[in-house]
Design a protein around this ligand. Structure first.
Ligand code: FAD
Length: 461
């Protein structure tokens, strides 16, 4: 039998994880990337979002460990924090403050540059994996079968091509150039913008400090204004402010602080006041939910797409990297079950569609409620709940903040470990009466010791 060759388009997080999924099940894997890939946790042009905060949910961390054993340990050895969810997360959701119940899940927090480098280093060291510097211009083959890829004008033959070129992927265009049907594209665009600043954490808060989230109330009819503070390696905090259309967060220093102070709770502004700024605020605007329906009728053999090229989410929900990692696991399992036999591509693509369904629904059903949210192809009516469904959603959302059993199920979903089916388990349904719930929290659930480390530098009053 001829040796098999896979080409991965894009050497970002999805691309390097896809390479790990392919290694060992394909004789040679070539990752094509247009940027020079740094040998360290350093920024590069192709991943501009890396300057904004990136949390890695436990569902994604487990997937990375399955593909590249020891990844989360290596991240932690390099300074990433492992925070218990919900214990080490202070969150004001649309429904109120969340109790800090003992952790049932976790998240990894560090800079995106550290995550990418740690994954890249391990993936590119696998036998048979190499990088080719270059720009992907298109696909080679026919409408029914992709047989290679065009890199800087030259055809590189492949048994399998995996598109991981991110949000700006030109997959639809490349497919129509082959005569294949263009995948349908859904967009739910709340006009979300980011403004992010990096701080040195106050002395004593360099480690062991929680994530702090103040989220918008998507049901309020007002533009969504939110902020998150995330501790990362080297004693730094990354603070990202976000706003949907009509509430773009400012990028000047005074405006940054004022915006944080004007949120539903000013806790992040107070914490920020105790920290030393290390960078100026920086903006980003590519944050719409966008999904391509790949793998259906007419999908060619020899082509798989995963990561942001297929589904990009509103990043506020923190699910993009985890969905990419779980999609790479889905590819690995499809290869294990099917090898490179005909039908692999459609089978893998269907498995990837299942992985992204819950995070997609979670993000779009909230975002569509923001003023002037723009959609294409989406059945808006299906995303907006009936009055009865709305009441149930409010009840479950509020109860999840106060009841440990409902919270644990919701946490599984939010951390990209389970589908919404987790909320239908018998013990969760039994808890829906509300018996055993704690009283609603009226104040920020930061502990005294956490306030103490920042109190000295806080404004009085
Ligand atoms: C502001 C912001 C904050 C976010 N926060 C979070 C978070 O907290 N948690 C989370 O899980 N996710 C978050 N995300 C989402 C996360 O960044 C993406 O899900 C993730 O980057 C997807 O990885 P990818 O490899 O698919 O795409 P990318 O990381 O964008 O990588 C694409 C790669 O393809 C290369 N490339 C593109 N075109 C070509 C070409 N033609 N030829 C050669 N190479 C090419 C690029 O150079 C790049 O290396 C956030 C996103 C944004 C925008």
């Amino acid at each position: 039998m001829n040796p098999t060759h896979a080409v991965v388009l894009g050497g970002g997080l999805a691309g390097t994880l896809a390479a790990a999924a392919l290694a060992g099940r394909t004789d040679r894997v070539t990752v094509v990337e247009r940027d020079a890939l740094p040998d360290g946790p350093r920024p590069r042009r192709g991943v501009p979002q890396a300057q904004h905060l990136h949390v890695l949910m436990s569902g994604g961390a487990r997937a990375m460990d399955e593909l590249l054993p020891g990844t989360t340990d290596r991240l932690r050895a390099r300074g990433a924090h492992r925070l218990g969810v919900p214990e080490d997360v202070v969150t004001l959701s649309a429904d109120g403050w969340q109790h800090r119940f003992p952790a049932t899940e976790f998240m990894i927090t560090c800079t995106r540059d550290l995550t990418d480098w740690t994954v890249r280093e391990a993936a590119l060291a696998l036998p048979g994996v190499t990088v080719r510097a270059g720009e992907v211009d298109g696909l080679a083959g026919t409408a029914g079968r992709v047989t290679g890829v065009v890199v800087d004008g030259e055809v590189v033959p492949a048994d399998l091509v995996v598109d991981c070129t991110g949000r700006a992927s030109r997959l639809g265009h490349w497919l129509t150039a082959l005569g294949a049907p263009e995948p349908a594209e859904e967009v739910v665009d709340s006009g979300l913008a980011y403004s992010t600043r990096v701080f040195a954490a106050p002395r004593g808060a360099e480690t062991g400090f929680p994530v702090v989230n103040v989220f918008a109330d998507y049901r309020s009819g007002q533009p969504g204004r939110s902020a998150s503070l995330v501790p990362v390696e080297d004693g730094r905090w990354i603070i990202s402010l976000t706003g949907t259309r009509g509430a773009t967060p400012p990028v000047d220093e005074a405006g940054f602080a004022e915006y944080a102070a004007s949120l539903r709770d000013p806790v992040i502004a107070r914490l920020m006041g105790a920290a030393e700024p290390l960078t100026a605020p920086r903006a980003s605007r590519s944050a719409a939910n966008r999904r391509l329906h790949c793998g259906g009728e007419g999908w060619p053999e020899g082509l798989v797409a995963l990561g942001d090229s297929v589904v990009a989410f509103n990043p506020v929900y923190g699910t993009g990297m985890s969905s990419a990692a779980r999609s790479a696991v889905a590819l690995s399992r499809a290869l294990r079950g099917h090898g490179h036999a005909p039908g692999l591509a459609a089978r893998a693509q269907r498995a990837i569609a299942e992985v992204v369904e819950t995070p997609w629904t979670a993000a779009t059903t909230q975002d569509v409620r923001y003023p002037d949210c723009r959609t294409t192809l989406v059945d808006r009516a299906a995303l907006v709940p009936t009055a009865e469904a709305e009441n149930i959603s409010r009840w479950v959302g509020a109860l999840a903040l106060r009841h440990p059993v409902v919270n644990a199920a919701m946490t599984e979903v939010i951390t990209v470990n389970s589908t919404f089916a987790a909320l239908q388990r018998p013990e969760v349904v039994a808890a829906m009466t509300g018996a055993g719930a704690r009283p609603a929290l009226r104040e920020v659930p930061l502990r005294d010791d956490e306030w103490r480390v920042v109190r000295g530098a806080l404004p009085t009053g």
